[in-house]
Design a protein around this ligand. Structure first.
Ligand SMILES: [Zn+2]
Ligand SMILES: [Zn+2]
Length: 238
């Protein structure tokens, strides 16, 4: 069946139209142009650090400066080049097909920080944006990660309690201030968070303000611990 389908629709690169050998793959050129994060990373946010020792526990400057309300974090790619294009397509161009390969990369990236019994949840969109976009790209990613890792998934564990406008163009302190009390556990889901280790999933981490607000809402609701997982991390030199 698969082979027959491939004769009619040969698999194409998910980023360009080049033919590839398997579904949901990148062609060689796009693979080289996609900044996957490898080697040593910040254990708290996943930003790449100089060095190749993946076992050494280290932190980036930002995570040493800003208190993070979560314990560990990883990111699959640096937010630039082909990775940036894919995030924007997933968010704005109805390329929901990208969630599957991106979810697989995320699950692989998350392996060192996954724990049995984790509850996976996306960072929520405000309902107004959800209405305009019709789907929350973070929830598409978190669903894939939970499915691959065999963990519980709760797409509406958190909700935005008020509009916060765009985070773009704001400085770091302003980004954090803008999100204080902007999220809470969904009243019908709040019980699920009690005593759980929650894995929060988002598409982009810039300052970490959004993830902090989400993590704090979970902790306020009785979660035992939080880890974070992002498709892309905005690196300082990106
Ligand atoms: Zn390609
Ligand atoms: Zn960090």
């Amino acid at each position: 069946m698969q082979a027959a389908l491939h004769m009619i629709y040969p698999p194409q690169c998910i980023a360009c139209d080049a033919l590839v050998t398997s579904d949901f793959g990148l062609c060689g050129d796009c693979w080289r142009d996609t900044p996957f994060i490898t080697g040593m990373v910040c254990d708290t946010c996943g930003t790449p650090l100089p060095g190749q020792d993946e076992t050494e526990v280290a932190q980036c400057d930002a995570c040493m400066t800003v208190a993070r309300p979560w314990s560990q974090g990883r990111a699959a790619m640096v937010y630039k080049d082909r990775a940036r294009t894919m995030v924007l397509q997933l968010k704005h161009s109805d390329r929901i097909d990208l969630a599957r390969p991106c979810g697989a990369w995320l699950a692989r990236t998350a392996a060192p920080i996954l724990r049995p019994g984790m509850l996976v949840a996306p960072v929520p969109l405000h309902w107004f944006r959800l209405f305009r976009r019709r789907y929350n790209q973070a929830a598409l990613l978190s669903a894939e990660v939970a499915r691959i890792a065999g963990l519980d998934h709760m797409p509406d564990l958190l909700r935005r309690t008020r509009g916060t406008g765009s985070q773009e163009g704001r400085g770091r302190d302003d980004r954090f201030a803008n999100l204080i009390d902007a999220m809470s556990l969904h009243p019908r889901r709040a019980e699920l968070a009690v005593g759980r280790h929650i894995l929060l999933v988002d598409d982009v981490m810039t300052s970490g303000a959004t993830l902090s607000a989400a993590a704090e809402a979970c902790l306020a609701g009785g979660a035992a611990a939080i880890s974070v997982l992002c498709l892309t991390r905005v690196a300082k030199d990106a």
